[in-house]
Design a protein around this ligand. Sequence first.
Ligand code: ATP
Ligand code: MG
Length: 459
Amino acid sequence: MTSKNDDESTPVHGVFRVIPRSEHSLSRKSISAGALRVLYRLHEAGFRACLVGGAVRDLLLGGHPKDFDVATNATPEEVRALFRNCRLIGRRFRLAHVVFGREIVEVATFRGSSDDGSGDRHLVDGRLVRDNVYGTIEEDAVRRDFTVNALYYDIADFSVLDAVGGMDDLQHRVLRLIGEPEQRYREDPVRMLRAVRLAAKLEFSIEAATAEPFARLGSLLGEAPPARLFDESLKMFLAGHGLASFRALERYGLLEQVFPATARALRSPNAASFRTLVEQTLANTDARVRADKPVTPAFLFAALLWEPVRALAQTGMDKGEDAGAAWSHAVARVIGEQAQRVAVPRRFTIAVEEIWAMQPRFHQRTKKRAFRLLEHPRFRAAYDFLVLRAGESDELAELAQWWTQAQSLNHEELAQQLAGLPTPPAAEPGATAPAKRKRPRRRRKRKSTSAAPATESSD
Ligand code: ATP
Ligand code: MG
C-alpha cells in the first residue's frame, strides 16, 4: 500500500495509507492561491510539500478553511531562501510565514518525535516548551493533536497521506487524540480545549478515551499560559461556534477551569436568567460571525462575568457598602480573578467595565441624562447588553423596551416622553451612583494582575 514513504523511517503508528486523488474529495481549486504557490515552489525546488492540519480536514469535510498550513522537509532557512516575502517566527516552534498581500501561509518543517540529542527539544515538568527537532512525515503526524488534524495533501501527486487513521475518523466524525491521552494532555493541557472546540465546530463526537481524562486532568489548564487561553477563548467563542463550544465546555466540566466565576454563577440561585444572557450573547455572536459582522471580545466577557460581578456587588451592599463602592470593588475583584486564567488585554477590560458601568444609567430617564446617554460612544454596546439582560426582571424587560422605543423617536418626541415619566426607583447596584472607577493606581502593579507576559504567546 505504501511506496510513498520510502524515504521515511519505519512506520511509527500502524499503517501508512496513501489515498490517491481519485479516492478523495480534496480539490486544488479550493486551496488558496498563496498556499498553492508555496506548495509548487517547494516541490519545484525538490522538497516534499504538503498541505496539512485544519485546512486538509476542513476541505475533506467540504468546508472553507480560513488559513492554510504547509508542511515540508525544507528547513525554515531553506524556506526563507526560496521566498522573498518570508519571515521566520516562533520560539517554541520555529516557523516560516510567507506573505501574499493579506494572506499568510504558515510553513513548518516536519517535526521529529524522537530526540537523539541533535535537535532542539525542551520539556519542563512533562510540558513541551520548545520543539525544533526535525523529522519525517510520519513523525510529524504523530506529534499533532487529533487524527483528523494529521492528514497531509501531497502536492507531488495530489494524494492524501494518513499515518494515524485520520481518514476513518473523519468519515465517522470522531475526534481522537493521537497517542496516549494522559501524556498528550500533560504535554499541553490546551489540547483539552481544542478537543471541545473542534468537536463543537465540526459536530464531531469526542472518542471515549480522548474525553475520559478531562475530569481528572482539567485542572492542568490552571497552569496554561493565560495569553494562550485568551487566544483559545476567542477561537471557542468568537469564531461562529460559540454557543456549541460553551455547551460542550460545560458538559465536559472544563468551563470551571477557564471561567471559574462563570461556572459558579451558573449553579447559583440566579442561574436561569444568567444562562439566558450568556447563551443569547453567544447565539447573537454566532449569527454576527456568520453574517460577516464585526464582533468584540468585550461584549463576550461582559456577558460571561456579569452575574459574578452583579452578585458580588449585591453582597457588598448587603454588608452596608454604598452602591458605587460595592460596584467598583466587585468589578476589580472579578476582572482580577479572571485575569489569572485568561489574559484579556486591558483595552477589552476597559470596554467591559464601561458596558457594565453604563447599565445603571439606563434607569435614569431624565431629559438631560437620557440624551447624554444616547450620545455616549459606547451606547450601542451598553444598550445591546441591557436588551440581553431583559430576562433578569420585569422591570428590566420594560426598561429595555423603553430604550428600544426611545431610539425610534426624534428629539422632540423623546423629550415629551421623558417629561411624562415618573422618577424611577433605584433598582440595582449602582443605579443611583454611576460607578466611577478610580483608574490607574500604578501601572506596573496592574500589569502583573491583568496581563500575562507577551513572550508566552509566541507560538
Ligand atoms: P482551526 O479550524 O481552528 O484553524 P486547526 O486544526 O487548523 O483548527 P490550528 O491552531 O490552526 O488549528 O493548528 C493547525 C494544526 O497544527 C492542527 O491541525 C494540528 O495538526 C496542529 N496543532 C495545533 N495545535 C496543536 C497542539 N496543541 N498540539 C498538537 N498539535 C497541534
Ligand atoms: Mg488552522
